[in-house]
Design a binder for this molecule. Structure first.
Ligand code: ZN
Length: 429
């Protein structure tokens, strides 16, 4: 209980601290009317009530999927399970693509366009993490329980309801369970789909928390791994060798001075050295010293500029430290970009965005436009209509071992996703 209070107050604090970057949106009356008309169709009404009926089944699947591990780059087992679940429903085809995404195509009656509904398979938790779901009261605890396994369960609930309510869409609907959304996965699943997959005309991701959230702006990031290398040796006996840690420290110092100046004005841009490693003992000159850096910006040009400052600092540091060297071979450096998530922003007037706002309002929330770093970054940067909507319920501690999720009216998030998908793909007959 104490823990729960802490979590909820933390969430509120987070929401408040983000408030400055959010915009509560007024909803266009044309789209409000469109959603209202849609909800008066008898099959849609039936679908809406089936979503409520299927709450227990959706929770059971949610738990089953959570307990199937999906570490970064090892989503295969969960992907197989998800594919088996998908195959129980009437889809025109279900397949796994070259990078491990699971796709299920439900052809439309016209089929001129394709709308995707996506949730991601991967979690941030390494192999061996205990992913068993624990229940305290009605709260579910497990690593990955919210992010994004709840999204996967919602995706199946929508698919099931389309079938059971016998709803046919005009456009094709492509259900996607994607790999590589988190961290160093670097959106590789969605990147693959947009480079080698079928033609996609609009994209809806289910990821992130609250039902009010509509992400239409991609927060871009670049990530780097930098490794200084030398021969290494005894701290006394080999003194005078160039020291990789000293070079790393020099590079950090140079970069942070420049990056601090660069980020104090202009579009919001951040930098973070998140991981430093290397060295074997206090009396050994290390043979390797490395760091991982994340930089983010709402503006793609500023990502390039800050990336350039980092590169400049690293090579300057290499030169300085190699000049100090008294014996041995010079240090070398590997400068590797390990992540590239593009930024971008879509016009509010796009029908998909308007529909997302209208369904959110119809489901009783004041919609809030947000910027995020999700699968939708890729289509957003390509100018393809895309949004990320929330999973519903209440949750916290995402990416931590004590992640939790509570089903408070979460079926409403599924209903919202269902309505948005139907509004975008068109309902026929
Ligand atoms: Zn996620």
């Amino acid at each position: 209980m104490f823990f729960r209070i802490f979590c909820i107050s933390f969430l509120l604090f987070q929401a408040m601290s983000l408030f400055g970057q959010e915009r509560v949106m007024r909803v266009n009356s044309h789209y409000q009317a469109e959603i209202k008309t849609l909800t008066q169709e008898s099959k849609v009404m039936r679908g809406m009530s089936l979503i409520e009926e299927y709450v227990d089944a959706t929770r059971d699947l949610h738990i089953k999927l959570t307990e199937m591990p999906a570490p970064p780059f090892q989503e295969g087992r969960r992907a197989q399970l998800f594919m088996q679940v998908m195959q129980q429903y009437d889809l025109d085809s279900v397949w796994m693509d070259g990078v491990g995404n699971v796709l299920g195509l439900r052809k439309g009656t016209v089929g001129a366009k394709t709308v995707c509904l996506d949730a991601h398979l991967d979690t941030v938790f390494p192999e061996g993490t205990d992913v068993r779901v624990r229940m305290h009261g009605d709260t579910l605890y497990a690593p990955g329980i919210g992010d994004d396994t709840r999204g996967l369960a919602m995706l199946i609930a929508v698919l099931r309801v389309l079938n059971d309510a016998d709803i046919h869409t005009s456009d094709n609907v492509l259900f996607v369970a994607s790999v590589g959304e988190e961290g160093l996965g670097d959106l590789r699943g969605v990147k693959h789909i947009f480079s080698e997959g079928p033609q996609i005309d609009s994209w809806i991701s289910i990821d992130g928390g609250g039902r009010a959230s509509v992400v239409t702006q991609g927060l871009g990031s670049y990530r780097y791994r930098i490794i200084f290398k030398g021969s290494g040796g005894h701290s006394w006996g080999a003194f005078g060798l160039a020291n990789p840690h000293h070079a790393l420290g020099e590079a950090i110092h140079l970069f942070v001075q420049k990056a601090n100046r660069f980020t104090t004005s202009g579009d919001r841009t951040s930098y973070n050295i998140g991981v430093i490693s290397g060295g074997t003992s206090v009396n050994s000159i290390p043979f390797e010293s490395s760091m991982e850096i994340d930089i983010r910006s709402v503006n793609p040009l500023r990502l390039d500029s800050l990336g350039g400052l980092l590169e400049e600092s690293v090579y300057e540091a290499l030169e300085i430290q190699n000049k100090m060297r008294r014996i041995g071979a010079p240090l070398t450096v590997e400068f590797v970009q390990i992540g590239n998530r593009p930024s971008g922003e879509l016009p509010r007037a796009l029908p998909l965005i308007q529909r997302a706002l209208a369904t959110t309002a119809y489901m009783g929330k004041r919609p809030v436009i947000r910027r995020g770093s999700t699968n939708a970054n890729i289509p957003i940067a390509m100018g393809i209509p895309a949004v990320t909507i929330g999973r519903g319920g209440i949750g916290g501690n995402a990416h931590a071992l004590n992640e939790w999720w509570l089903d408070r009216d979460a079926y409403k998030a599924t209903q919202g996703a269902f309505l948005l998908l139907l509004a975008q793909s068109g309902i026929s007959g």
